[in-house]
Design a protein. Structure first.
Lengths: 320, 320
């Protein structure tokens, strides 16, 4: 794969966002309309009482040449959950799917824990107003922890191929403390589930589908899949389990795998075709990729340094 | 109408001196009948930590089948280990329900984790005993029954049953958290799931028991047995707020059914209430009914939801 970088596309600090959010435009997800491209992302509201953040979904509309911002969401796109719910403290990331004239949003809901920082599950919300706002189908999740996926189910990415819904998602294998005085670190892997209605899912319980490259504790996140000719291509991000926030050598970068049958995936990072820039917004980290097609071209959205604090950028596929 | 004769308190955890993990509480009794003795599983706690927070374990006491007031043994260790860092049962295994099936003894239990905005969350775990019911090995690090669209949190209070070659799990599911003088308190209702293989459960997604005292009534301990051509359920219920008082605290309710899914609540037939004075004079809860040699007994908790142990009642008569 070969990509031409088009640079930083959206910097959230230059705009006024809904929900008192400021900084961070994480995990961009593009939904193509007739006249524009809507890019959803997760931004953050500071929870002033305790100095933590809550993630909210917003969107920005671009023209199809990405030359102009046409619109930014001015209202809450999806409400966070009520007291005690799985998505009380944030939704990040989100994934859209058009189905039966509606837009399905698969959400990764966050709620805070005591012994570890967070737990996540996947929820479902539906839009009937062309993606401006979404209503949850219930207050609980559609996919959550289970016998062999004990924690941190999330990052769901859904595609509809040959009458079957396919979901790639992540599940946590464990939390651990590398040092007694450190906050707990987590390990998560990419897995696959299928569904015939988009609602009831059958997981391939506890099965990691992308092999590790770094070591057993490699963290893999945010799978995105696209079909080109007859091959499926997946991008994702991966990092070391610890010391990954500021250490470039251990932080997120993009990985790549391909499959011809949606069952066996061949990891081939060497052919990802995209790397850190020498300088600038994506020189220290690359994460949270999203692949999409528009007007016959294939694009990649992704976050750069500091997990997308200063926005997301765009690349265009030049060669397969 | 059931008519019960109270026999008195049968087990008081304060009398157990040499087990630091079994210091307070003996909650949610659940029986397993052996040839010579009745094993009663229950949940207990070491003293609270410096923040007033408890963890809970489960244990058993063996009672002489010919004289249930004679204690033969108390388990030397908890029957289940607490979960690893960040997992659903890191802070408690309570309550537990045990059943013999062919050559195995199976346990379903509530696993407790601690949350930030509300004090806890619960999901149901599964273990198998390889030593005759003294201890149980977990089948996985995650839960076997967890949150879903209409059951957003607090999946707890399992009671495993087998009727007509099918597995039934009666349990409770949280509806919402409400604030009682600023403190979050959970509202939960009785639900049921069905399985062919004990692992994969199909939720019926229905509140089995209508509310009686309060729109925020909480119901627990759905204890189902078949007797004289009908299914009977004893359970307990409380008001939504101020339920640590005697007035709003737990009482025992009753319902009957022909098909396990549709239940008629008729508390006037329960035939058991609080005593005028003594260990069960303020509240009664967590009923469990079992049969020995054609006699029917009920174990139940008294004041402070089992802080001072559980007692026994014997069925004198039943008129449909």
């Amino acid at each position: 794969m070969k990509w031409i970088k088009r640079g930083l596309l959206f910097d959230p600090t230059k705009y006024t966002l809904a929900n008192y959010c400021h900084e961070f435009a994480q995990a961009p997800y593009a939904l193509v309309f007739d006249d524009f491209i809507r890019i959803y992302f997760s931004t953050r509201q500071k929870d002033t009482n305790i100095g933590k953040f809550k993630s909210y979904i917003s969107f920005v509309d671009f023209d199809k040449n990405f030359s102009e911002v046409l619109n930014i969401s001015s209202k809450t796109v999806i409400e966070l959950g009520e007291l005690g719910s799985f998505d009380e403290h944030g939704i990040f990331p989100i994934n859209m799917l058009r189905h039966n004239n509606k837009i399905y949003a698969y959400t990764c809901g966050w709620s805070r824990r005591i012994s570890v920082s967070v737990e996540t599950s996947t929820g479902l919300a539906i839009s009937e107003d062309n993606g401006v706002s979404f209503t949850k189908i219930g207050s609980g999740p559609i996919l959550t922890s289970s016998l062999n996926e004990p924690v941190l189910v999330g990052d769901s990415f859904v595609k509809y191929y040959d009458s079957v819904f396919h979901m790639w998602y992540i599940f946590g294998k464990k939390w651990f403390k590398a040092q007694q005085d450190e906050s707990p670190a987590r390990v998560y892997k990419i897995a696959h589930a299928i569904s015939y209605d988009g609602l009831n899912w059958k997981k391939d319980e506890g099965k990691q589908i992308i092999e590790d490259k770094l070591n057993r504790d490699e963290c893999q996140a945010l799978p995105t899949v696209i079909k080109i000719n007859n091959r499926y291509h997946m991008y994702f991000c991966f990092r070391e389990a610890t010391d990954f926030r500021k250490n470039k050598e251990r932080g997120y970068r993009l990985g790549y795998a391909w499959s011809d049958d949606l069952i066996r995936w061949n990891r081939d990072d060497a052919n990802a075709g995209i790397e850190f820039s020498e300088l600038g917004w994506d020189s220290q980290m690359m994460c949270y990729p999203n692949l999409f097609e528009c007007n016959g071209k294939i694009y990649l959205l992704y976050n750069g340094n500091e997990f997308g604090r200063f926005g997301f950028g765009l690349a265009e596929l030049s060669e397969v | 109408m059931f008519t019960w004769q109270k026999e008195g308190r049968i087990f008081n955890p304060a009398e157990i001196k040499d087990r630091p993990w079994l210091k307070e509480f003996a909650q949610a009794p659940s029986s397993l009948i052996f040839d010579d003795f009745v094993r009663v599983y229950f949940s207990c706690r070491p003293p609270a930590d410096e923040n007033g927070k408890y963890i809970s374990y489960s244990a058993y006491v063996d009672l002489n089948k010919k004289n249930l007031f004679e204690i033969l043994r108390v388990s030397n260790t908890p029957i289940l280990e607490l979960g690893d860092l960040g997992t659903f049962d890191e802070f408690g295994t309570y309550p537990v329900s045990v059943i013999k099936y062919e050559n195995e003894i199976l346990a379903y239990y509530g696993g407790w984790t601690r949350c930030e905005s509300v004090p806890f969350n619960v999901a149901i775990g599964y273990g198998i005993s390889l030593d005759g019911g003294e201890t149980f090995e977990k089948v996985g690090d995650g839960p076997i029954l967890s949150y879903s669209i209409d059951e957003p949190f607090i999946i707890s209070g399992p009671k495993i049953r087998r009727f007509n070659n099918q597995w039934y799990l009666f349990y409770i599911a949280g509806k919402k958290w409400i604030l009682d003088e600023g403190n979050p308190e959970p509202v939960y209702r009785i639900r049921m799931a069905i399985s062919e293989d004990r692992i994969n459960w199909r939720k019926t997604n229905k509140d089995l028991i209508e509310t009686k005292v309060d729109i925020n009534e909480a119901q627990a301990s759905p204890d189902v047995f078949f007797y004289k051509g009908k299914y009977h359920m004893f359970f307990c219920y409380r008001h939504g707020t101020n339920y640590r008082s005697s007035k709003n605290g737990y009482r025992i309710g009753y319902a009957y059914s022909d098909d396990l899914l549709n239940w008629v609540r008729d508390d006037s037939k329960a035939g058991i209430d609080i005593s005028d004075k003594g260990w069960d004079s303020e509240m009664i809860s967590y009923p469990h009914v079992f049969e020995i040699d054609d006699s029917i007994y009920m174990l139940y908790l008294g004041n402070k939801v089992g802080k001072n142990g559980f007692g026994l009642a014997k069925l004198l008569s039943y008129q449909p």
